[in-house]
Design a protein around this ligand. Sequence first.
Ligand code: ARG
Length: 751
Amino acid sequence: MKRTLLLLTFVLVGMFGRMYADEGMWLPMFVDRLNYIDMQKSGLKLTAEEIYSVNNSSIKDAIVGLSNSPTPNGYFCSAEIVSDQGLMFTNHHCGYDAIQKHSSVENDYLTDGFWAMTLSEELPNEGLTASFLMKMADVTDSVFSVVSDSMSAEERAAAIRKKTGDLRKSFNDDGKYHVVIKSFFEGNEYYLFVYQVYRDVRLVGAPPSAVGKFGGDTDNWMWPRHTGDFSIFRVYTAPDGSPADYSPENVPLKPKHHLPVSLDGVQKDDFAMIWGFPGSTDRYLTSFGVDFNIENQYPAIIDLFGKKLEAWKEFMDADQKVKIQYASKYAGVANTWKYLIGQTRGLKRLDVKSKKEELEGRFTAWVNADEQRRQKYGTVLSTMEKGYKDMSEAIEPLLYTNLAGMGGADIVGYSMSFNGLKELLKPIEKKDLPKDKDIAEKMKNDRSGQIAKAVEGLREGAKEHFKDYHAPVDQKVLAIMLQEYYNKMPVTMQAPVVYKMFNKYKGSFDMYSQNVFDKSIFANESRVNAFLNNPSLKVLENDPVMQLSSGFMAKAMETSGGFRTAQSSLTGAKKLFVAGLREMQPDKVFYPDANSTMRMSYGSVRDYMPADAIHYDYVTTMNGILEKEDPKDDEFIVPSRLKELIEKRDFGAYGANGELIVCFLSTNDITGGNSGSPVINGNGELIGIAFDGNWEAMSGDIAFEPDLQRTINVDVRYVLFIIDKYAGATRLIDELTIRKAEPKPLRTESL
Ligand code: ARG
């Protein structure tokens, strides 16, 4: 990655051939220099210009970052443009929140799927945006020109903030573009990204969850997989092609590039590249950091998330309406919960700590071998050790205050959205009022205006909040979260309101919670609206939920200081550690940790051995869907129409040799945020959509495991089969650029 090492890379690749670059999330701007030759050797047929170019259309122009913000700093998922009319594929689990928001018991698109049969049936999604990368640039020198060694950490941070702000302004072309600057390699480099952000993104199609989420949370993070994890959206623009808010006048985007779709399928060792927006990895984490995660950070999250899921599930199973209301929240928490359990297990099993210690041992030896290095890097690891120790002491109260308190029951977090209004309702104190009567009068009037505006905002917010809210389940969650908070936090660390209520209600948080929901204005929409018709400071101050959230907030302020100090003591050490590692291994090509910027990962289609004597094939077929079928378990229901097609083996153009491939594995290095990313073959054609990682390598975000780590992809032929044969949405198939070579056997080895 380092620019001065580029030439050397060429020589090494030339000498040793394949570089094993399955590991690595590469910045598109450097692919030509760092990876291109190796990619060609592995099967890439495109020119470097065809994959990344600022001036001509290239693969990068078909890659989309999905966000819920008009000015995103990161992306929750990736997507790809697949037609010249802005049609876009992503995962079902990426579209899940949008699909859920459009769903009701009467129109249950989660259960039944959704297919717009005309453009006019496509559904707008408020807030959802699609970002395209226009260009990126290295601004490291420019950013570092404003800092010096004599500055304190705070001065440094402030100077960098000011400089990056100026740079962002100078690149946004009068607000036409959205500009983001991110630090790489733990603050050793800075890059600037210029995006075009489109704000009218509509839902076009989604399979039923029995396809898009087949296997549910049981199969999540696991192989073998049989999930048709895709959904379809379309990007719209103003009639002149510029980004615009939703309007019926808007028209489908004319993209610079769209990916053609290949029906040729995958074979073992085929070249595969994945483009998208991986969110975050921690590949340069030290052994101290590994310990901190396993011992101090994850257990509390796993504990609280697990308890919350259990409560939600009970109510969801009992009531279809609640099931729809809580589907998206549930899926998100369940996904993270299982991820953290899997990561903990992976870190232990694969003994990642020892691997890190081995590297740290080499680092220490290298540092000690030279006086100058000792000066520069001598205290890096001890600073790191101390920082993590301090953090580990401070994090537990913070986690419980945040996750059981403010973020525990939804009602607590919701009440916090009224804090702004609460401040405005406080009378302006005499001493703050100007002497001039007229000015004083104006000030009071302004205040009324601000209050009216806040009230309007909260009214809108209430609609949204209560649409997916069921008070009885939240009442239960509140009791459980408070109980857990009370059990796990030493009394001296608790927000006083919690132990006071514990005593007042004789140890029954159930009774307390019942009382809270009986009294609080935040428990239902009509109370909130009645309050907003006549907002009063006193009502807010006396509300039991407000008292809870204020108590937790005060506690969080109190406990976060120590944690933040410890955390910031790590900033400098992390930067030096990575700088030192790069200096120590001058021949190694480094890639930066994922940080929600566009990356390319390349590798190949490949099977694996998850454990001794077990071999996992690299594809799954329709047969596995029937093998897993269980009509009594809603994670494994097979819709009758799908069953019929499978039994008739009616696969149309999408099958081969009487089989239909559902999912396949590849060796690409991806992480959360990459969901929905295109898997692209050597000709630049779409062969699949990436959607998951595998259980045996859940520690992969911290240490890549070449033998075990795989990306799970849904085969694009299964996607097209569902659109075409299952849903009959042929207008969408007609939009695609479909490519098929001469018929050839699906797999070279005998089946
Ligand atoms: N593990 C996937 C990811 O993090 C999400 C899969 C969603 N599927 C599910 N059954 N919850 O991207």
